[in-house]
Design a protein around this ligand. Structure first.
Ligand SMILES: NC(=O)c1ccc[n+]([C@@H]2O[C@H](COP(=O)([O-])OP(=O)(O)OC[C@H]3O[C@@H](n4cnc5c(N)ncnc54)[C@H](OP(=O)(O)O)[C@@H]3O)[C@@H](O)[C@H]2O)c1
Length: 247
């Protein structure tokens, strides 16, 4: 299993889930120091490949290197992503290009490289895209992030449609706010309170729960599922718990 963004909070949860069932994990990140910390936190059990996936020129060499070392991956998880919070009036063209490049174009290019290699080798593989609950709602400052995550959801369906006849299944997971145990960041804590207060389950999701859901989507148990976006948000986005009650 190859996971872009594998050195981050969510990516590490995904790596732990695969390693726990004995599946190899290759983590892609762009910074060496973060990658080293990630591998250490996994007890040295995963491999790492460094690449800036927002750079189209980096994708070919990344997949060639991985194929040479391990063979083409049967499972690709696109989890590399950047959060972005700016009102539309303050958002620059450079912001737009950067967010779309990391959150949507990188997944497009990595998925295409992986799918073409799977087709060439007859591998009936899996792609799992980590989008976000924001793919179907906006909050102030999230227009660009939400748009990039909606693009990823539609890419999921496009890839599922075009590569399905080769036995490749492509699905997406849309997590809500992922818990960061021990965080003292006041921004995170305020948003976490908001999520807890407005989710049916009064909870966040953990990175390990995201990992378990990705593992399911990559497994034969989900063999009949493709082109779907599964929301994992403790029941945050489907209802309006603070809606005024009729007297
Ligand atoms: N955390 C949440 O609450 C949440 C909720 C819903 C969805 N998500 C999604 O989950 C994914 C991971 O988020 P996270 O919370 O784990 O963020 P994170 O901890 O900041 O991790 C981001 C990961 O993406 C990598 N990355 C970013 N830009 C890259 C680039 N240009 N090339 C290669 N790797 C790059 C980072 O590595 P480097 O730093 O080395 O580049 C890191 O491994 C994102 O797609 C995010 O939108 C997160």
């Amino acid at each position: 299993m190859l996971v872009t963004g594998g050195t981050g909070l969510v990516g590490l949860g995904i790596a732990r889930a695969f390693l726990a069932v004995g599946a190899p994990a290759i983590l892609v990140g762009s910074t060496a120091s973060r990658a080293a910390r990630a591998i250490e936190s996994l007890g040295g059990k995963a491999e790492v490949a460094l690449a800036d996936v927002s750079d189209p020129a980096a994708i070919g060499p990344l997949f060639a290197d991985i194929a040479a070392r391990h063979g083409p991956p049967a499972v690709l998880v696109n989890a590399a992503g950047i959060n972005f919070n700016k009102l539309i009036g303050e958002t620059t063209v450079e912001d737009f290009e950067r967010v779309m490049a990391v959150n949507a174009r990188a997944a497009f290019l990595c998925s295409r490289a992986a799918c073409e290699a799977m087709v060439a080798r007859g591998i009936r593989g899996r792609i799992v895209n980590v989008t976000s609950g924001n793919f179907r709602y906006v909050r102030p400052g999230s227009a660009l992030y939400s748009a990039s995550k909606a693009a990823l959801a539609m890419l999921t369906q496009g890839f599922a449609l075009e590569y399905g006849r080769h036995g490749i299944a492509v699905n997406a997971l849309a997590p809500g706010l992922v818990d960061r145990p021990g965080s003292t960041d006041p921004n995170f804590l305020a948003i976490a309170d908001y999520y807890r207060g407005r989710s049916a389950g009064r909870r966040l999701v953990s990175a390990d729960e995201v990992g378990e859901a990705v593992l399911f989507l990559a497994s034969s148990r989900a063999a009949g599922m493709t082109g779907e976006v599964i929301v994992l948000d403790g029941g945050f986005s489907f209802g309006r718990p603070d809606f005024p009650r009729h007297a």
